[in-house]
Design a protein around this ligand. Structure first.
Ligand code: APR
Length: 237
């Protein structure tokens, strides 16, 4: 097999699980305790903004208590190694945490938004903040009160940078999915796109995802164990 130079990695909640961040659909996952409609839709926010703000305030506050794990660090190493080879790694993440950044990776697309980014619906500007927000919080840009919402892509909203993601998959040698159940589109459909384009495809997950049969290869286990091994193979092999 020729060495991959250009790789797209799609990550999901499973890559951050060993850092202590709850996944969504596993036993003990976030959607066991919360209703998607209430906390992850524009309609839920319109109906009860305080509830939605406090849900994301708690998740944002948790970030300062967790650390990247070996899978995040390994991807940063892969990014560096591929660059030295004249290639690239693009991390397309569904995760809204900042653990890829803190693990040292740079080329990251947060297709579902970021906990540390806020969006003012009055002036339409986005800004970084790790603070807690309430309906009394003013926007630091326009100072309007009560219009700052989490910069999170909710169900029914368009994920970010889809044109860039698709162009990157089109040009890659290998598409790898790590720690995602494959339950949410469009991310779940990227493997089919990659397969249709004749790319190498690999899934690394604790259990088979919903789209597992689309991958040429599946490795089952913890991301923290399997990702460093795979990265060593790519860079060393
Ligand atoms: N290593 C590897 N995989 C793991 C680990 C681990 N340590 N722990 C759990 N997993 C796997 C689970 O087996 C599961 O298949 O990670 C997957 C997590 O799936 P979900 O909870 O559905 O998370 P994700 O796929 O990221 O969800 C997609 O759904 O609710 C939305 O917007 C939210 O971005 C999220 C999207």
């Amino acid at each position: 097999m020729t060495k991959s130079k250009n790789i797209v990695v799609l990550t999901g909640a499973g890559i951050s699980a060993e850092s202590g961040i709850r996944t969504f659909r596993d036993t003990g996952g976030l959607w066991e305790d919360h209703s998607i409609e209430e906390v992850a839709t524009p309609q839920g926010y319109a109906a009860n903004p305080e509830l939605v703000l406090s849900f994301y305030n708690a998740r944002r506050a948790q970030l300062s208590t967790v650390e990247p794990n070996p899978a995040h660090f390994a991807l940063a190493e892969l990014e560096k190694g591929l660059m030295e080879r004249g290639g690239y790694l693009t991390i397309v993440t569904q995760n809204v945490d900042d653990l890829h950044e803190r693990g040292g990776a740079q080329n990251i697309i947060h297709m579902h938004g970021e906990l540390l980014s806020q969006w003012c619906r009055a002036c339409d500007q986005k800004f970084k903040s790790d603070a807690a927000f309430t309906l009394m919080s003013p926007c630091p840009k326009c100072e309007v009160v009560g219009k700052v919402r989490p910069d999170i892509v909710w169900f029914g909203e368009m994920p970010y940078r889809m044109d860039t993601i698709e162009a990157t998959i089109l040009n890659c040698d290998q598409f790898v999915s790590i720690g995602t159940s494959g339950a949410v589109y469009p991310a779940a459909g990227y493997v089919q796109m990659a397969r249709g384009l004749g790319k190498q495809t690999l899934e690394i997950n604790l259990e088979r995802s919903e789209g597992s049969h689309f991958f040429l290869e599946t490795r089952l286990g913890k991301a923290g164990d399997l990702v460093p091994v795979w990265v060593d193979e790519v860079l060393g092999g």
